[in-house]
Design a protein. Structure first.
Lengths: 108, 671
């Protein structure tokens, strides 16, 4: 066996070891991700929507300050966005309350 | 070394195949052991491809002509600089280079996201690995760069002289960085479809990748135009060549995607549209590769040994069918949560911009494939040339230019007519003034001239519209804070990087439009056969042919240089040296043009022919405003850099979201 072939063999063994080791431990018992909890997804989605709505309010303010939209439009759109934000925050609060209620209590 | 290079390619293929399967099984079976095993493969695949690439580079640098690929694309006299770029000079190396870039991108994605979203990331990694498997399969079994020659020759055949140009060193890697880069958002989009994570998480995770890829694709197109301009010697920079089109189409669709994702982020709508756009962008990058490697279309860009077309066609077919099926399956989850507030809003201007961009992409696609269809159906090969593209794309391009100016002036969500009147007033006045000022100077006799005139007026309109935005932002900032004009302008740009970075990119695009219009409409050229000492005039320049110089540059290259004195107003202004280069073993000489480039126009000189009596045929082009295009490219680069610059506020918001989520749901947050 030449030196090159020896190197190739070492490479293959090293790769097999690196890739194979996790398969032969006790990890099989553990899960990669927890079962999908729709509440987590909803919470995550609402956090993003809240952030986007707040950014939209900021941008609306910017557009108003730079004279891009009129005062009546600004007021109407701002009101609409604030309502959206309030609704999202309400939903977030509801989810937080539900979660706190359902959280298992620590036993002392 | 060649044995190692060849072997590591095989190992990379086997590892990528395993990684792909293991990632999918880990996600489907929710198995952490398989995930941790698969998680080792991106690095191994990258390392193997990197070793293989180093081996090929070494073969080029050490003139190892036992490799057929090195023999075909290099020789002993080749400059080291070009020996490095010979790597991607042919089909075999270019595929390995593509694979190297893709595996490098995958490695970065792996380090960025490995612990971020374990429901989506395994699928995204699996898709990138699957694409790598396709390329590695081709490299290993169909187009191996390590193929040997039993009796190695003394010297190589050499690199095509047309490719021995610095732009050719920069242009392919830049274009490939763009092409390959779109694999990342594509992989995350498909992963989101498979894992049913169809909020805008995948867009957020890949926003910067999209921007980077778009930037490289844009610069790749411009660098390609620069190469064509200085190397091909026909006086132009864009010929609507099928391969140019193949690089242009994904750029158009990606531009549409970049705009429409903003609507999804803001309003949680257009999910199907955005999915379709990114899938189409990726499909177009593969279509471009198919065009280059199919041998079906003649182009300066196609590879000599273009034999892989049908593999790419099959791959394209699989991608399109699988993606369309996935989108249809997930349609109920892709429903929009909101609607447009008004048809008079920035959102709807973005929608129009999408339609216009897709219109240009479709016209270009049709012109590109029509010769193939015509040959397949009727057996007649029809050439679709610039007149078709110009007739269809120029009016649509003008609509796009107008939209670039309209977009910034319209507010998000809703604009009213009274406000539009107010906001459009200054840009419109600027456009009208430009129309009046330009009218006496610009002839309007032909359709081209009318288009050019309209382009210039629209360019002024767009610049005024963007300028107004900067002005209003600065004044507003100064009203709220005590800052100088420069300080307020800098702050307002820095605090709104995406918005103002985008505006700067648009300024670059305007310059490109102006450059194209100017150079296409007002260029002129002439060709003269001259004896030394004779001269001729063109657009106020007096060109005097002084002498012919022969230089033995290297053992294989002889340069014949014409010395041309350029005079203006009776004074010597510049000396041009266009030349012809003769390479040993090459039948055709290569023209090296000489260009005097100014802001106003380019004086572009070609030595078309020469005779033994030292007489020479000189071709001279005067191309107005070409440098505007290259300047536009640098402005686009600057604007993109601002848009991409990490935003601390955004990072803080992201961390805040993750923290809140982890507080309520203690498992590691899935972004």
């Amino acid at each position: 066996m030449g030196f090159i072939h020896f190197l190739e063999l070492i490479l293959v063994i090293a790769i097999l070891l690196v890739v194979g080791i996790p398969l032969f431990g006790k990890l099989k018992l553990k899960k990669l991700v927890d079962p999908v909890d729709p509440a987590v997804d909803e919470y995550k989605h609402l956090l993003v929507r809240k952030e986007e709505t707040l950014i939209s309010i900021k941008e609306l303010e910017f557009d108003f300050n730079t004279g891009k939209i009129s005062e009546p439009d600004y007021n109407e759109l701002r009101h609409k966005l604030e309502m959206e934000a309030a609704e999202i925050m309400e939903q977030l609060d509801r989810l937080e309350q539900e979660r706190k209620k359902n959280k298992p209590q620590k036993t002392h | 070394m060649n044995d190692i290079g060849e072997f590591t390619l095989l190992v990379a293929l086997a590892t990528a195949l395993y990684g792909c399967v293991a990632y999918v099984m880990s996600a489907r079976g929710n198995r952490i052991d398989l995930y941790l095993s698969a998680d080792k493969t991106p690095f191994i695949v990258w390392a193997c491809i990197a070793i293989s690439s180093i081996c090929l580079w070494k073969a080029f640098l050490t003139d190892d002509f036992s490799l057929q690929y090195v023999w075909a694309y290099s020789n002993r006299e080749l400059d080291t600089f070009y020996k490095v770029s010979s790597f991607w000079g042919g089909q075999k190396g270019s595929l390995l280079f593509w694979t190297l870039l893709l595996s490098t991108y995958m490695l970065v994605v792996y380090f960025q996201n490995r612990s971020k979203n374990l429901r989506v990331v395994p699928y995204a990694m699996a898709i990138m690995l699957a694409i790598l498997v396709f390329f590695l399969f081709l490299i290993n079994f169909s187009t191996n760069p390590f193929e040997r020659i039993p009796l190695p020759p003394e010297d190589g055949r050499g690199l095509n002289p047309l490719l021995q140009n610095y732009w050719m060193v920069i242009h392919p890697p830049t274009l490939y960085l763009g092409y390959v880069g779109f694999t990342v958002p594509f992989a995350f989009a498909v992963a989101a479809l498979i894992s049913k994570n169809l909020d805008d998480g995948w867009i957020r995770m890949t926003r910067k990748w999209t921007l980077i890829s778009w930037f490289f694709l844009c610069m790749g197109n411009l660098f390609g135009a620069s190469w064509a301009y200085v190397e091909l010697g026909w006086g132009g920079y864009w010929a609507w060549d099928p391969v140019e089109n193949a690089a242009f189409m994904p750029l158009l669709i990606a531009t549409a995607f970049l705009h429409s994702v903003m609507i999804q982020e803001k309003k949680d709508m257009m999910k199907v549209w955005n999915m379709s756009l990114i899938l189409l962008t990726f499909a177009m990058t593969i279509f471009g590769t198919f065009i280059t490697r199919s041998g079906l279309i003649q182009s300066v860009h196609t590879f000599d040994e273009a034999t892989l077309g049908y593999y790419f066609l099959a791959f394209l077919f699989v991608i399109i069918v699988a993606c369309v099926a996935l989108i249809i399956l997930r349609l109920p989850l892709l429903k929009s949560a909101n609607e447009l507030d008004s048809f008079l809003s920035r959102e709807s201007s973005f929608l129009f911009n999408n339609l216009v961009l897709l219109g240009i992409a479709f016209a270009t696609f049709w012109g590109t494939i029509f010769p193939i269809i015509s040959e397949a159906v009727r057996g007649v090969k029809i050439t679709v040339g610039p007149p078709f593209y110009n007739q269809v794309n120029v009016p649509i391009g003008l609509a796009l230019l107008a939209l670039i100016g309209i977009g910034p002036v319209i507010a998000w969500r809703r604009a009213t007519l009274s406000n539009l009147k107010k906001n459009f007033l200054k840009p419109l006045i600027a456009a009208i003034v430009a129309a009046v000022v330009l009218y006496p100077f610009i002839p309007l006799g032909s359709r081209t001239e009318i288009y050019t005139y309209t382009t210039f007026v629209l360019c002024v309109f767009v610049l005024a519209s963007i300028g107004t935005e900067f002005y209003k932002g600065t004044v507003s900032r100064m009203g709220l804070h005590e800052e100088s004009v420069v300080g307020a302008l800098a702050t307002v740009t820095w605090r709104n990087k995406r918005r103002y970075g985008g505006y700067i990119v648009h300024i670059g695009v305007v310059l490109i439009f102006a450059g194209i219009a100017g150079s296409q409409a007002y260029g002129t050229h002439t060709e003269k056969h001259l004896q030394p000492g004779e001269s001729f005039e063109i657009r106020g320049y007096t060109i005097k042919y002084e002498k012919l110089i022969a230089v033995e540059a290297t053992n294989i290259k002889t340069r014949i240089i014409a010395q041309l004195a350029v005079e203006r107003d009776g004074r010597r202004y510049w000396t041009g040296h266009p030349e012809k280069e003769f390479y040993k073993g090459q039948n055709q000489p290569v023209s090296e043009v000489d260009v005097l480039s100014t802001w106003k126009e380019d004086l572009y000189m070609i030595l078309a022919d020469f005779r033994e009596d030292e007489s020479a045929t000189i071709k001279v082009y005067v191309n107005p405003m070409v440098s505007w295009m290259w300047t536009g490219g640098w402005i686009i680069a600057f604007g993109t850099m601002i848009s991409m610059w990490p935003d601390r506020l955004e990072q803080r918001r992201r961390l805040d979201r993750v923290r809140k989520q982890e507080q309520l749901f203690p498992a590691p947050a899935q972004e």
